[in-house]
Write a protein that binds this ligand. Structure first.
Ligand code: PFF
Length: 440
């Protein structure tokens, strides 16, 4: 165990975790979730969900990972609860499943960068999206995206993930801030800000049964919870830093980047009168190109910058999903990292082919991941940390946090056992009824 890698700095761990959290979920999923669920009202409920549910849950994963210093499945043996290995196994499986189609969307983004540079998305962006998103070309781009992820993870924690995310996360922030500046100069900015930032609480009250689970689901997905990423990343922490401070930094940065993305997307859409497309994936891949096509040369620059940000964000999340499975095979089975990463890349490519061939499969994979695997995995984790690991978990959370956190640790445990448990139970119940049938 002594030769197990660790992050070289605390900031390295934080940036890698932010890199995982900030992904397609913030830039692709968040704007259309906001648009479908009532604009600013959704944003408000999402913010509450991040603080009340996301933060305690991310700390639960951190505590397991740092205490065990082991991959997400082996961690449960290490902590003396081998019967709970299934929780880790579900996380590893869910992450693998998710990466297979996440990579397909990553492939689309690569294609859109090239297209944005040329400033044209065909005569009809909707038809163009249809052609790009499914079929042989999508399969090839999915392979290319997987190759990029494998190329980073093969080099391990310090030389691969830490080194890459140290550049990627600042790049995401810088480019987004520039784009927000451009968005602010557009004529539709005022209307867009109003839509995005001024909540109509009537909407929340009227649509609570759908808005609340959507916001909780988005908070969990966005913080990369449930798929054992935060267990795995925390297992590489070398030191007694304060986990609550780390968790808070990650959650705040992740949320801020989601909001920045909204401040870019909505002004563009409102200025062109495109309106937030509520057709799901189309929000970014159809509505935005429609808007950009009318901005001439500026549209090209903005388009390239925007899709580059999405690509970096997607890649820094994909590597975290890949690392979960790699670390399991390396830690528990003693496999060699480079070869393991390459083999997993091939398997993920194969698993993603149906999603790349037909977006109906992609939607099905996504629905199983987000509506079933994710909430069930978080539920099991909450039960484990809240009741089985409980006293050790509180001890672990206190490490490095100083006396001021003495009251916080029991409060955290209490919140896991009550608010978080309840919210996740409701999410499981509601989202399982929302599963998409397999397109066969
Ligand atoms: N948090 C990522 C996003 O918002 O796109 C998605 C994700 C990555 C979810 C890793 C879960 C995960 F384990």
């Amino acid at each position: 165990m002594s030769d197990r890698e660790t992050w070289t700095t605390r900031l390295g761990f934080i940036l890698a975790s932010v890199g995982s959290a900030v992904g397609l979920g913030n830039i692709w999923r968040f704007p259309f979730q906001t648009a479908t669920n009532g604009g600013a009202a959704f944003l408000f409920v999402y913010l509450v969900a991040v603080v009340v549910i996301g933060l305690p849950a991310i700390l639960a994963e951190f505590v397991v990972g740092r205490r065990a210093e082991m991959d997400a499945i082996g961690a449960f043996d290490e902590l003396g609860h081998p019967g709970w290995r299934a929780v880790g196994a579900l996380g590893v499986f869910a992450g693998f499943w998710t990466l297979s189609y996440y990579s397909v969307v990553g492939g689309w983004v690569i294609r859109y960068i090239g297209q944005a540079a040329m400033g044209s998305y065909g005569s009809n962006p909707k038809v163009f999206f249809g052609n790009v998103s499914a079929g042989p070309e999508a399969v090839a781009l999915h392979a290319l995206f997987m190759l990029l992820a494998v190329g980073i993870v093969a080099f391990g924690i310090e030389g691969g993930i830490e080194r890459a995310t140290k550049v990627m996360v600042p790049a995401i922030i810088l480019i987004l801030v520039g784009l927000v500046g451009y968005g602010a100069s557009l004529s539709g900015a005022g209307e867009a800000y109003d839509y995005f930032l001024t909540p109509d609480f009537g909407v929340i009250v009227a649509n609570a049964p759908s808005v609340i689970p959507a916001a909780v689901g988005q908070a969990l997905f966005s913080l990369s919870l449930g798929f054992a990423v935060m267990i795995t990343y925390a297992s590489y922490i070398d030191g007694d830093e304060s986990l609550p401070v780390d968790g808070l930094s990650i959650a705040v940065t992740n949320t801020a980047i989601g909001i920045l993305a909204g401040l870019v997307v909505f002004p563009l859409l409102f200025t062109q009168g495109v309106g937030p497309d509520t057709s799901g994936p189309g929000a970014v891949f159809i509505a935005l190109p429609t808007a950009l096509a009318d901005f001439g040369a500026a549209g090209r620059v903005v388009g390239v910058a925007f899709f580059v940000v999405i690509l970096i964000a997607a890649l820094s999340s994909a590597i975290s999903l890949l690392e979960v499975a790699v670390s399991y095979l390396v830690d528990t089975h003693g496999f060699e990292r480079k070869r393991t990463t390459a083999v997993l890349g091939v398997l993920l490519f194969l698993l993603g082919i149906p999603s790349a061939w037909d977006t109906a499969w992609l939607s099905w994979f996504d629905s199983i991941a987000v509506n079933l695997l994710l909430p069930v995995a978080v539920l099991l984790l909450v039960l484990f940390v809240g009741w089985v690991l409980a006293p050790d978990a509180v001890d672990e959370l206190r490490i490095g946090s100083g006396d001021s956190f003495d009251d916080l640790a029991p409060l955290w445990l209490w919140s896991l056992r009550t608010v978080v448990l309840l919210a996740v139970l409701v999410t499981v119940a509601l989202s399982v009824t929302d599963l998409t049938g397999a397109p066969v």
